[in-house]
Design a protein around this ligand. Structure first.
Ligand code: SAM
Length: 344
C-alpha cells in the first residue's frame, strides 16, 4: 500500500466545532512528537534499512523552524500540551536550541522533551536547558564499546560524556531507552539497570518493532517476558507488584528502592488503548499511528498558503483517521517506513 496523502481541501467547513483533539475512540490527543530531521550520525540497523537502501529527504522538503513553530501554535490551540522533539538525531539539525526556545514560548505547551542519542549533548546540554527544554530521553543499547560500534557505527564515549553533561546541567528527569535485541544486548539488561541507577536516570527497555529494518526482526526480537525471567534481572527488579503507568511504559520497582525500571511492549502488550499521540515527520507528514502509513502533509498545506484554520483541519482529520489499534505489516517491506524516517 502506498502512503495515502489525504487532501484537507473541502474538509475544513465540515468539521464539528471542537476545542480539543479527540479521535473516534474517545482518546484525547494532546501529545505531538516532532521529527526535526531524518538524518542521523549513527547507523543503527534497527532504526534504518540496510546500508544503501536509505536516502535522506532533500533539505528543501524538511520543515523549517518557523513552519514547525506555526504547526505547534495551531496544535496548542487544539489542546496539545506535550511536545517531544525527535529524529533522526535532533542535534544534527543546526541551531536546535533556537527551535526549542520558540516552542517553549508557545502558550499551552507544558511539557517539552527531546529524544537523542547523546553524541552531541556534551556540547549542547546547557544551551538546550537554557532554551527551555524540560527533559530528555537518551538511547543507549549497550555499554560495551565494541558492540556499540558494531551496532551504531559510532563511538560510545561521546554518548557517555553526553549523559554526564545532562547530569551536570541538571536536565532531569533523564530517561534511558534500550531497544532489546536477542543476540546483541539481551545479556546486558542487569548492567544497564545498574548504570542507570549510577547516573540517576530511569531506564526503559523497548521491544524491537518490525519497521523497515537493516536487521532480521525474527532473529533479534525478544519479548520483555523473557527478560523478566532472567535471574540477574529478578535480583534487581521486583516483579511481584502490578506494573504502574498508563502510557506506553509499564514500570516495576527496583528492589534496592532506588527507583523503577520501565518496559515498553509494542509487540507483546500493545498500549493503543491509552494512546494520545500524533507524529509530525520531518517532511511535514502528520501521522496518527506509528505503524500506519496514512498521513496528510502539513508542509504542503503551509507552502500552498494554507491558513491556521486549514492546519487545524488537518489535525482534526488526522485524529478522525486514527485507528483503534495499530498493526504491523510483517509480510512486505513495501508499505513500511523505518523509524529514522518517521521519528521514534
Ligand atoms: N536519534 C535519537 C535517538 O537515538 O534517541 C532519536 C530518534 S530514535 C528513532 C528514537 C527512538 O526510536 C530510540 O529510542 C530508538 O531506540 C527507537 N527505535 C528505533 N527503531 C526501533 C525499532 N525498530 N524498534 C523499537 N524501537 C526503535
Amino acid at each position: 500500500m502506498m502512503p495515502v496523502d489525504i487532501s484537507p481541501i473541502h474538509f475544513f467547513d465540515k468539521q464539528p466545532v471542537q476545542a480539543e483533539l479527540q479521535d473516534t475512540f474517545d482518546r484525547k490527543l494532546n501529545y505531538l512528537r516532532i521529527s526535526v530531521t531524518d538524518r542521523c550520525n549513527m547507523r543503527c540497523d534497527y532504526c534504518r534499512p540496510a546500508a544503501d537502501a536509505y536516502q535522506a529527504e532533500p533539505r528543501s522538503h524538511i520543515l523549517q523552524f518557523e513552519e514547525i513553530e506555526r504547526i505547534v501554535q495551531v496544535a496548542a490551540s487544539l489542546g496539545v500540551n506535550k511536545i517531544r522533539i525527535t529524529g533522526g538525531e535532533p542535534l544534527v539539525r543546526k541551531d536546535l536550541p533556537k527551535l526549542i526556545e520558540k516552542i517553549a514560548a508557545i502558550d499551552g505547551i507544558t511539557d517539552l522533551a527531546m529524544t537523542s542519542n547523546a553524541t552531541y549533548l556534551a556540547k549542547h546540554a546547557q544551551a538546550l536547558k537554557d532554551a527551555g527544554l524540560h527533559r530528555i530521553n537518551i538511547s543507549l543499547d549497550t555499554l560495551n564499546p565494541l558492540r556499540f560500534k558494531a551496532l551504531t557505527g559510532s563511538e560510545l564515549q561521546p554518548v557517555l560524556d553526553g549523559i554526564q553533561a545532562v547530569k551536570d546541567v541538571g536536565l532531569f528527569p533523564m530517561k534511558l531507552n534500550t531497544v532489546l535485541m536477542n543476540g546483541i544486548n539481551e545479556d546486558e539488561v542487569a548492567s544497564l539497570i545498574d548504570f542507570a541507577v549510577e547516573v540517576g536516570a530511569t531506564i526503559r527497555f523497548i521491544e524491537l518493532m518490525p519497521m523497515k529494518l537493516g536487521m532480521d526482526w525474527d532473529k533479534h526480537y525478544i519479548p520483555i517476558s523473557d527478560i523478566l525471567a532472567q535471574e540477574e534481572v529478578q535480583a534487581r527488579v521486583d516483579i511481584s507488584p502490578m506494573p504502574t503507568g498508563n502510557t506506553a511504559a509499564r514500570y516495576l520497582p527496583l528492589k534496592s528502592g532506588k527507583g523503577e525500571v520501565g518496559f515498553i511492549m509494542p509487540m507483546s502488550d500493545r498500549f493503543c488503548e491509552g494512546c494520545n499521540r500524533l507524529r509530525l515527520t520531518s517532511d511535514g507528514g502528520l501521522r496518527s499511528c506509528l505503524p500506519e502509513d496514512k498521513h496528510m502533509n502539513l508542509r504542503d498545506v503551509i507552502r500552498q498558503g494554507g491558513s491556521d484554520a486549514d492546519i487545524a483541519a488537518v489535525f482534526r482529520r488526522s485524529a478522525l483517521i486514527k485507528p483503534e489499534i495499530g498493526t504491523y505489516a510483517f509480510d512486505s517491506d513495501a508499505d513500511k517506513r523505518s523509524m529514522i524516517q518517521i521519528g521514534g
